[in-house]
Design a protein around this ligand. Sequence first.
Ligand code: ZN
Length: 204
Amino acid sequence: MPMTDSRWLESPRRYTGQKTGNALVAWLNGGQKEMLSWSNDRQWKQRMLEELLQDATVVFGRLYKYSTHHDFYVASKGKKSSVRFWDCYERLNKMLLSFTQAPWINLNEFYEKNPIVWSVKDDSPAALVAPQIGWFIELIKQGVILRIRRCQECSKWYFARFNHQQFCGDLCRGKHHAHTETFRENRRKYMREYYQLKKSGKVK
Ligand SMILES: [Zn+2]
């Protein structure tokens, strides 16, 4: 009797998406503490991945707004705001088209529910970041690439569990709201003082 039945029945898409997302995020955040000691090689890899993610965020952020190609076409026709989209779209595709990938079977991945693994070949410029590129493409295929985000507070990378998530965690969310509150409070104070000065005729 096969002993893996229950494992294979788990919702694999979601599981894999989160796992892949966490792997990419861990790698992106991995070197941050020892940023100064980074080799040129690591910096180059990091930059390449970050550029891919930036372009993908613009491209898919737009594509997911529409449900058909026709809707997309109608909404984008002649719009100035489309320039950035097309720039990112072209750069992303140029990069993706430079990858040479080959399918193979990896025992470890097989038992992680990936019977076929795509591997970037040595003659591709992306070979140095092969696993990270693999995760990047996998996340696009699973429709969760927009979940890879940078925290607005601490700029760490994270995989958003919910679509509306804007921070890496509760701590950063709290900090951000505290800043916002202080800012609002200062502005209220300033406006109060300003009106008092105005009333007294000291400013016009
Ligand atoms: Zn954060």
